[in-house]
Design a protein around this ligand. Structure first.
Ligand SMILES: NC(=O)c1ccc[n+]([C@@H]2O[C@H](COP(=O)([O-])OP(=O)(O)OC[C@H]3O[C@@H](n4cnc5c(N)ncnc54)[C@H](OP(=O)(O)O)[C@@H]3O)[C@@H](O)[C@H]2O)c1
Length: 311
């Protein structure tokens, strides 16, 4: 089960739709640099379309004796077009095949929103409207539990679920969710959902932990440029990214900073040699603006759209 002191090695999201040959090389390099720097958790997903590249890197690292399979913690996520119970096992098997593994450590339902099965990752009609599936994620969960029984995955969990949706899973779960992956960064504290999940014994992973620095839709200064972050970084002799990641780890969260830049991959791991004091934590908490970046706007009308309630 994931514990909060892990820093998670995140792989690609942004340019996966057009994964080029040098894109795969970039992923392979990032994973190898990350594991050599100390990361042990690789966070993957079918939708990122890079599991083959991640698997390639894992294989090389094992062959070179840098790491053993059992030292890694590999997560993947079930995509929205595969919520129907009969598709769950084959989706997991496909991820395992691409990763070159016999089991995953953690498998998450990526979103509570089901999309029309088969075909494209984002199925649309001729007008460009995204096509929904009405599969209830509770049925998806039961199929995930069967995969645990079969030894294909050790732990199962959720991503982008709200508190009511988590409760529905807890009400029927034979195997409880061990982890939830949700958006959390300086400008989106998400405190109520974190508290709700942690009180239920579900560990929490923060995605977009640096506030997606490349995201141009943010209407205010990006997290890394926040004057307070820069001031604390200067005082501590650390980088702004390290201050933000440390702040999240001190909130008992797993963090999955994404980078394909070797120097950043290494820097983002160097957060265990210092601490933020309570005053610094309090100051950083004031930067919260409840600003969510990942709205999944194309599915706002879905019956299971998770962000219509406060948390
Ligand atoms: N579960 C979900 O539904 C969900 C949704 C969104 C995201 N996620 C996951 O969370 C991961 C991270 O989210 P994200 O990519 O949105 O945001 P992020 O990790 O907050 O930011 C990633 C961006 O920051 C840059 N970066 C990384 N380290 C840096 C550093 N030390 N200094 C300056 N810039 C740095 C990266 O650039 P370079 O790569 O060019 O270095 C990249 O552009 C994603 O890869 C994705 O897998 C999950």
């Amino acid at each position: 089960m994931i514990k909060n002191s892990l820093v998670i090695m995140q792989t690609l999201l942004g340019f996966l739709m057009t994964l080029l040959s040098n894109g795969e090389d970039e992923v392979i390099t990032a994973v190898k640099v990350g594991v050599r720097a100390g990361y042990r958790h690789l966070d993957c997903a079918a939708i990122y379309r890079n599991e083959r590249a991640v698997g390639h890197a894992i294989k090389e690292l094992i062959v070179q004796d840098t790491i053993k399979r059992e030292d890694l913690f590999v997560t993947s996520k079930l995509w929205n077009t595969c919520h129907r119970p009969d598709l769950v096992r084959s989706s997991l098997k496909k991820s395992l095949y691409d990763l070159g593994l016999t089991y995953l450590d953690l498998y998450l339902i990526h979103w509570p929103i089901g999309l029309q099965e088969g075909g494209e990752f984002l199925p649309k009609d001729e007008d460009g409207t995204v096509l929904f599936s009405d599969v209830d994620f509770v049925e998806t969960w039961k199929a995930l539990e069967d995969c645990v029984d079969e030894g294909l995955v050790k732990d199962i969990g959720l991503s982008n679920f709200n508190s009511q949706q988590v409760s529905r899973i807890l009400d029927i779960a034979r195997i409880r969710p061990s982890n939830i992956q949700i958006e959390i960064h300086l400008h989106f504290a998400n405190s109520k959902l974190i508290q709700f999940c942690q009180e239920k014994g579900i560990s929490v992973t923060a995605y977009s932990p640096l506030g997606s620095p490349g995201n141009k839709t943010v209407p205010f200064v990006h997290s890394l440029q926040e004057p307070l972050v820069q001031e604390i970084a200067q005082k501590k002799g650390k980088l702004p990214s390290q201050i933000i990641l440390r702040f999240l780890v001190q909130r008992n969260l797993c963090v999955i900073p994404k980078s394909v830049t070797p120097t950043r991959v290494t820097e983002n791991f160097q957060i265990f040699d210092f601490e933020l004091d309570s005053e610094e934590v309090k100051q950083l908490e004031t930067l919260n603006k409840n600003h969510r970046l990942n709205l999944e706007t194309h599915s706002m009308k879905h019956q299971y759209y998770p962000f219509n309630i406060e948390y």
